[in-house]
Design a protein around this ligand. Structure first.
Ligand code: HEC
Ligand code: HEC
Length: 364
């Protein structure tokens, strides 16, 4: 800020000097009866004025136009929804790291192209993309985003009964949601996904769960979710894309899905998060039919619970879940497989009503 001030001051001095000298020159010329050209001196002063105006303009222009912006931080404050860092910020990483993060993001968006049944790198998964469930490459508010991943893992999870690393959590989605196998933890693909998740978490303090991260929790219905009502919702609002038989539609390249399957052999298996009604209902309420958002939902909560019940009552791949939930009392209320630490039947743990189960737990 001091340099422009000095220029401004110097220009002012020059201007005053020119004005005084010109005045004197004019008076002296008149007295001596010599010709005097006032235009020449006016031009010189106008030039000095222009320099002053230019300097002033620079001083009042917002300075971030000239200065480098601050280092990578998430576009997130305590009371706003998390949207992830701007991809423009990727340029700030060193070349090698930037390439790794970009590849990780690419793998989230186009998983099947690289790792699906016709994958160009390996054939590990069912043909779905991570992004089918983690919308906008895992950055959409309440779109099952990755906002709380890097800041909260490793953490203890009841499903495995262990302290889970990010690698373990990513591997779980490969094995359950993508019904396949995960790349080895040292593989370039796994490293790239980790680099992307780490980059997404930049600026978030350890332990924070930003607002809008993951899937929203809907209020429980006061009845069981109804598969018959759900089937009607499905036909009216979902079948146009996911098809009446739930198998989705392959994209033109034949490698990935234009509309992913919701049940059947190419869908997520019974160990996946979406197989729990609360996860499914919370996801679709804020994101489906395609184009819906948490602010402009197109389903009522009841429709979301009912369609979740219908879709999760269809046939899908199984998985051996015998080592899940080693502490039986740690199972969520909507885990659809016994044994349970309470006396509510399996059917109620799958379809509800869930409130009585939750209340009974609170009393314990
Ligand atoms: C069929 C849907 C689906 C697909 C496909 C899917 N996931 Fe997930 N993922 C989920 C659900 C559901 C959760 C649990 C969300 C919850 O419980 O709130 C989850 C959770 C996660 C989490 C932990 C999030 C957290 O905040 O704890 C990570 C990390 C993750 N997935 C990574 C991936 C990756 C990487 C892929 C692709 C290789 C993938 N997922 C594919 C549905 C999916
Ligand atoms: C206009 C087309 C369209 C409609 C209608 C639609 N979806 Fe989707 N759905 C999609 C697309 C596309 C994706 C994948 C999004 C992505 O990859 O960004 C998707 C993803 C999903 C997913 C996660 C991926 C998977 O296959 O498991 C679920 C669950 C889902 N939709 C359920 C529903 C339900 C329930 C309805 C009706 C209430 C519905 N959708 C209506 C287009 C649609």
């Amino acid at each position: 800020m001091t340099a422009p001030l000095i220029i401004l001051f110097a220009a002012l001095v020059v201007w005053v000097y020119l004005a005084v000298v010109d005045e004197a020159a004019e008076v002296l010329s008149r007295r001596a009866g010599l010709p005097f050209d006032p235009k020449r001196s006016r031009r010189a002063r106008a030039l000095v004025l222009a320099v002053m105006a230019g300097t002033l303009a620079l001083m009042i222009t917002p300075k971030d136009q000239f200065e480098a912006s601050p280092p990578v931080v998430a576009s997130w404050t305590a009371d706003s929804l998390w949207l992830g860092p701007d991809t423009m910020q990727l340029d700030r990483l060193d070349d090698e790291q930037e390439a790794l993060v970009r590849y990780g993001r690419e793998l989230i968006r186009n998983t099947a192209y690289y790792l699906g049944p016709k994958g160009t790198v390996a054939q590990l998964t069912n043909g779905m993309d991570c992004e089918n469930c983690h919308l906008d490459a895992g950055t959409r508010p309440w779109g099952n985003n990755y906002g709380a991943v890097w800041s909260t893992y490793p953490k203890f999870r009841e499903r495995s009964g262990s302290n889970e690393t990010v690698v373990k959590r990513v591997t779980d989605c490969f094995e359950r949601s993508l019904n396949g196998t995960a790349p080895d933890s040292t593989a370039h693909e796994m490293q790239a996904i980790l680099a992307y998740l780490e980059w997404l978490g930049s600026g978030l303090e350890r332990g924070t769960r930003p607002k809008g991260s993951g899937i929203a929790d809907l209020a429980f219905l006061d009845r069981a979710a109804d598969t018959t009502k759900g089937a009607a919702v499905y036909t009216a609002k979902c079948a146009s894309c996911h098809l009446q038989d739930g198998q989705g539609i392959l994209a033109a390249d034949g490698r990935s899905y234009q509309y992913p399957p919701l049940w059947g052999p190419n869908s997520y298996n019974i160990g996946a998060g979406l197989y729990r009604l609360s996860r499914f209902a919370g996801y679709v309420r804020n994101n489906m039919p395609l184009g819906a958002t948490w602010e402009a939902a197109q389903l009522t909560d009841a429709e979301a619970w009912d369609v979740a019940a219908y879709i999760n009552s269809r046939q899908r791949p199984t998985r051996d879940l015998s080592s899940d939930w080693p502490r039986i009392a740690g199972k969520p209320v909507d885990h659809p497989f016994g044994p349970y630490a309470d006396s509510f039947p399996e059917h109620q743990h799958k379809y509800g009503p869930f409130a009585p189960i939750a209340e009974a737990r609170k009393k314990k």
